[in-house]
Design a protein around this ligand. Structure first.
Ligand code: FE2
Ligand code: FE2
Length: 137
């Protein structure tokens, strides 16, 4: 959950930054990135809240800033869009696996990740809409 929370935290920063940075991307896509920040903020908040309820400390272990580092290396909107869509798709699949692993034993945590997984579908879809990208099977 700590890794997921940090991925959402990085997504907030990444979409906010990319919307201003990648002036080569279509304006509709940049607006979608700006609007998506609110989703990522919600995702971060509901994970952090659930961690608090479960008594998990957010800063007990270090997490990797890998997503942010690779995002910052992008030079074009297309490159960023596809890179982040790949990361979001991996996160979405990890969320589904977590829900399956919980096996109904923790419905509150499952609900948090179900909400996130549902939102990520539309986020990943942006890369298809604007650049014809689809995630690997
Ligand atoms: Fe998210
Ligand atoms: Fe997302």
């Amino acid at each position: 959950m700590r890794t997921a929370a940090f991925a959402e935290f990085q997504a907030i920063a990444a979409f906010r930054w990319a919307a201003e940075r990648f002036t080569d991307a279509p304006e509709g896509l940049r607006q979608a990135w700006r609007e998506q920040v609110a989703d990522e903020e919600l995702h971060y908040r509901i994970i952090i809240e659930r961690m608090a309820e479960l008594g998990i400390e957010v800063d007990a272990r270090p997490v990797s800033p890998r997503i942010w580092q690779s995002v910052r290396a992008c030079t074009r909107g297309r490159e960023f869009c596809i890179l982040i869509a790949g990361a979001e798709e991996r996160g979405r699949r990890a969320g589904l696996q977590l829900i399956a692993a919980l096996g109904g034993r923790d419905p509150a945590t499952a609900a948090v990740f179900q909400r996130i997984v549902d939102d990520e579908v539309a986020h990943v879809e942006l890369a298809r809409t604007y650049y014809g990208w689809t995630p690997p099977a």
